[in-house]
Design a protein around this ligand. Structure first.
Ligand code: SAH
Ligand code: SF4
Ligand code: F3S
Length: 509
């Protein structure tokens, strides 16, 4: 068996986010970086969008791009030539906000000096740059951003993106900042076809719901994104069908708590399992993932679907947050340790090859050493394939901020987090070592970062695999045999092109 340490280290739990990066998880995707638009579009004024936070924000930036393009704006991936700079922000932890503030200061510096370094060549060289803050920092920071950091022209919350063109006109006309942070009970942007950017043309995000009603005591999301609402079934299915027509092979359906999806259509209630099943019939060759699911809503119907439908991926991101029942109660997660463990057992019984990842918070208010050890023991018991791990960060207005003291010293939080990371690295490595010799179907996503002679893509179980390019291309399904691993990546020999249908038939035989 080959053990490799330096091929394609993705999703490494020990990795420190670099500049412009914010640690957010969501279903086995490392979205720990600021992303910028990678499509360009002609238009009178060019917009540059930088996105922080989770996949939901990435998906929202695609909606923003679509709204602006329909209104005659161009898109650019070059911040130097932008007339409008939009930062789509994240508020999940303090350090996420700090990164955005640093970036804002960069742009504000440029704004003060007149405009960006190069003329954009469209004759509008003298118009001032407009700087906007979108997303999850908008609501809470609107007063602060406008009063203390006067150079922000736009503050737009996640439910107000249709209003962007009007707000831009308003700030142009008045010279004053324009704000809309209204949170809606209905908005799902169902009719807006997102402009796909930052895309490999192979996998796409499809947002199926917005907001969150769960009110976990540590979490700011219900405050930044408002009440939960589900998008109509028909608009989700037609978006998936359009993606198939455009050559996409994988969709990740998104929401804060996707498995609480519920939509009434023609007198029938479609729940998440039913929705997923319908998507799985759009095309047998379209692979489906979802993010994020809450343990309280993980039904047997959903678990069965993982086994029954070959194109519903054998992978669930099922955030536990903590291994101790009392802490879980204080976190308001609505399940206890034993219920969670029973759910994992049931998932493995109904969908035997399922791979599992989780989110864990270290150093929540009042966490004792013994409670911390319960998290470690739960991890040993479940043996997750992967874990996203965070130090608790107090968020204003949350139940925890109002009722509990953030009393675990920083060094203790850090030490507990590093114990969690070290344990998960060992478990991830062991789980990957168990893969050596097995065959998988991989959807090729792109060239490997380390070598143009290699490609990479994910297994059905969401493990990143690197293998020799030979004649394979992104977007193809390739049968591979695993030959080696790190804790984050599998190394494989490609065995030939295949289809999901063919691979499932051969696995069943
Ligand atoms: N809706 C999803 C994801 C929410 S944010 C879910 O419920 O699973 C992603 C993760 O960030 C959470 O699962 C949690 O582990 C972490 N997180 C949220 N608020 C946090 C806080 N205040 N401090 C540290 N981590 C936090
Ligand atoms: Fe936050 Fe909990 Fe909602 Fe997830 S389920 S977004 S952690 S409140
Ligand atoms: Fe961040 Fe908002 Fe997502 S707070 S994690 S961008 S929902």
């Amino acid at each position: 068996m080959t053990l490799i340490s330096d091929i394609e280290i993705l999703d490494d739990p020990g990795k420190t986010p670099g500049r412009g990066q914010t640690a957010a998880s969501w279903a086995g995707e490392d979205i720990d970086k600021a992303r910028t638009t990678t499509v360009e579009a002609e238009g009178h004024r060019r917009v540059y969008i930088e996105t922080y936070g989770c996949q939901m924000n990435v998906s929202d930036s695609e909606i923003v791009a679509s709204v602006l393009r329909q209104n005659g704006f161009g898109l650019t991936r070059n911040e130097e030539e932008a007339d409008v700079v939009l930062l789509n922000t994240c508020a999940i932890r303090e350090n996420a906000e700090q990164k955005v503030r640093r970036r804002l200061r960069d742009f504000q510096g440029r704004k003060r000096t007149g405009r960006n370094a190069s003329s954009n060549g469209n004759g509008s060289g003298s118009s001032p740059i407009r700087l906007g803050v979108l997303g999850c920092m908008a609501e809470r920071l609107r007063t602060k951003l406008l009063e203390q950091e006067r150079l922000v022209d736009l503050v737009v919350g996640p439910d107000a993106y249709r209003d962007l063109p009007r707000l831009l006109r308003e700030t142009d006309e008045t010279g004053q900042a324009a704000v809309n942070v209204h949170l809606s009970r209905e908005e799902t942007y169902a009719d807006i076809a997102p402009v796909r950017y930052d895309t490999n043309g192979v996998s796409a995000f499809v947002s199926i719901m917005r907001g969150c009603d769960n009110m976990c005591s540590f979490c700011v999301v219900p405050f930044t994104r408002g009440r939960e609402r589900s998008r109509p079934v028909s608009s989700i299915l037609s978006e998936c069908a359009r993606l198939v027509e455009a050559g996409y092979k994988e969709v990740t359906v998104l929401g804060q708590n996707v498995n609480s999806y519920r939509f009434q259509q023609d007198g029938v209630t479609v729940d998440f399992a039913e929705l997923l099943q319908r998507i799985s019939f759009v095309s047998p060759e379209l692979r489906i993932r979802y993010s994020t699911s809450h343990p309280k809503d993980c039904s047997d119907d959903l678990l069965h679907l993982h086994r029954e439908r070959p194109n519903v991926c054998n992978y669930i991101h099922l955030p536990v947050q903590h291994g101790n029942t009392e802490v879980l109660e204080r976190m308001r997660r609505t399940y206890c340790r034993d219920e969670y463990l029973r759910l994992i057992e049931r998932a493995r019984m109904l969908a035997p090859d399922i791979s599992l990842s989780t989110d864990i918070i270290a150093g929540f208010c009042g966490e004792t050493e013994a409670q911390h050890r319960d998290t470690l023991s739960l991890m040993e018991q479940v043996r997750y394939d992967y874990a996203y791990t965070f130090m608790y960060s107090e968020r204003p207005d949350t139940y925890a901020a109002r009722k509990y003291e953030d009393d675990i010293p920083e060094e203790v939080k850090k030490r507990r987090l590093s114990e969690i990371i070290a344990l998960q690295q060992r478990i991830s490595l062991e789980r990957n070592q168990e893969e050596v010799g097995r065959e998988h179907v991989v959807l090729v996503e792109r060239e490997s970062k380390r070598s143009t002679l290699q490609l990479c893509g994910r297994t059905d179980t969401n493990k990143m695999v690197v293998f020799d390019r030979k004649t394979y291309e992104p977007g193809e399904y390739v049968r591979v045999r695993i030959t080696g691993c790190t804790s984050a990546t599998l190394l494989a020999d490609p065995l030939g092109r295949t289809t999901l249908f063919e691979f499932a038939e051969s696995a069943a035989a």
